[in-house]
Design a protein around this ligand. Sequence first.
Ligand SMILES: [Zn+2]
Length: 216
Amino acid sequence: MSLSLTGLRHVVVAGAHCDDIAIGCGATLLALRQEFGDLVVSAFVLTGAGTPREAEERAALEAFCPGVRLTIEDLPDALTPAHWLATKQALATFTRMLPSPADLVIGPQVADAHQDHRLLAELLVTEFRAQPVWGYEILKYESDLPQVTTYVPVSEADARAKSALLHENYASQQDHPWFDEEAFLGLMRVRGAQCNTRYAEGFVVAKSVIEIGDHA
Ligand SMILES: [Zn+2]
């Protein structure tokens, strides 16, 4: 069973670290950009400003979604829970500066094992109370892949383009043992099998409001 996403004008994507957004929902972003030509994408990243990772992130997100509006903050990597107020205020400032209300918000999922991912996931649902908030999954050393509830089928071309763009743009991450094409395509293949297609990205969605008919 599937529902179709229509009328999308503005999507917010959020990540704790430079590369989280592209790893978590890169293929979905590629598909959204193709389907919705005038889509505005606003991106928020908690950490990395002023480091070499900022340039990587700017180039990568521009490749995934040309024209992206990108805000990168300089909160301390791995320590954001100790900077709760600054994190909350940075997200609130980003939200206040949005050019229009978001139709969809995509960020980390609340059961992620990484403390920065988890904090941002918790704050997103408090900041975006009128929007659907999807939590992406991040494959890593920890065994914390979630039981995803929502699937976005993606084409093989977009799945492979995601992997290629990750490799082209995040040179600093390529020594991680999980950072390779087999891992990226493998997870998308598993999520594809679970929704009866070839490739998909999976999301955790805690709450949905479904209107019957067009109430826009
Ligand atoms: Zn991360």
